[in-house]
Write a protein that binds this ligand. Structure first.
Ligand SMILES: [Zn+2]
Length: 83
């Protein structure tokens, strides 16, 4: 695993216990970092898509979400993301 998950910290600002603000859209997601990842990945769901996230970042997030689903048992990467 060579992915540097800490890069994702560059894309949000923590504004509350479970709230993060998107650097690209000034959107506050107050339901946790997982929702924020979905916001960045612009996958369909219950979150508002990020209109300003760079394409490369989107790909990265989508890949990370996919890997998290595949590695439910060893989710250290996921923990690295938690604010
Ligand atoms: Zn955004």
């Amino acid at each position: 695993m060579s992915r540097n998950t800490r890069d994702f910290y560059d894309h949000y600002v923590k504004v509350g216990p479970k709230a993060v603000q998107c650097n690209y859209y000034n959107k506050i997601i107050n339901t946790g970092i997982t929702r924020f990842k979905k916001h960045l990945s612009t996958q369909r769901g219950s979150v508002i898509e990020c209109p300003n996230a760079p394409t490369d970042l989107r790909k990265l997030v989508i890949q990370a979400l996919k890997e998290m689903r595949q590695n439910k048992r060893s989710c250290r990467q996921l923990r690295d993301w938690e604010p």
